[in-house]
Design a protein around this ligand. Structure first.
Ligand SMILES: NC(=O)c1ccc[n+]([C@@H]2O[C@H](COP(=O)([O-])OP(=O)(O)OC[C@H]3O[C@@H](n4cnc5c(N)ncnc54)[C@H](OP(=O)(O)O)[C@@H]3O)[C@@H](O)[C@H]2O)c1
Length: 143
């Protein structure tokens, strides 16, 4: 049976900042690292499925809407059933944090760029997402 390949590409600031006022905290920064990071995100996800919460999908610019499949996920949707709809494809889980909370256990590859941003944020990266699926190991470690 074909599987869904589940991946994440995201960018964080020096302390794990990921969002501010519904946007990227560093939005509008034209320094090469920031411009390259956005370009790389759209390169890597091209042709694949980008599955994310309503605010994150709304922030995808028009130029990037034609060459990838955008899927808005809601809290009422079962993550496993949702991913199953895309068997045989590569699905990128685009955030925000509640979506990564729910889908982290399915992710086989996290691609995290740490940008030279050290300002405010109201959304933060949670390192527990990286080990989100390991029930057995987690119980073992607690003993
Ligand atoms: N740095 C990065 O790489 C990066 C990436 C993505 C987003 N961001 C930033 O993050 C912010 C947006 O994220 P956000 O979290 O505020 O809004 P969001 O993208 O709309 O995601 C959160 C929403 O997803 C929905 N959702 C879908 N499945 C869910 C589930 N299983 N469990 C819980 N909720 C689920 C919920 O809405 P309902 O309850 O209404 O369904 C929830 O409120 C922006 O600032 C954006 O720039 C940054």
């Amino acid at each position: 049976m074909k599987k869904t390949v589940v991946r994440v590409v995201c960018a964080i600031g020096q302390a794990g900042q990921i969002g501010l006022d519904g946007r990227l905290p560093w939005e509008g920064n034209r320094s090469p690292e920031f411009v390259a990071d956005v370009a790389r995100f759209f390169d890597v996800t091209r042709g694949h499925v980008l599955l994310a919460g309503p605010k994150t999908i709304a922030s995808v610019p028009d130029f990037a809407r034609a060459d990838r499949e955008l899927v808005v996920v809601r809290s009422s949707m079962d993550p496993e059933d949702t991913l199953q709809r895309f068997a045989g494809r590569v699905v990128f889980i685009g955030g925000g944090p509640p979506v990564w909370d729910a889908y982290a256990r399915f992710v086989s590859h996290w691609d995290v760029t740490r940008l030279p941003y050290d300002g405010p944020a109201d959304r933060w990266f949670d390192a527990r997402w990286l080990t989100g699926g390991g029930e057995v190991a987690r119980n073992h470690r607690d003993q």
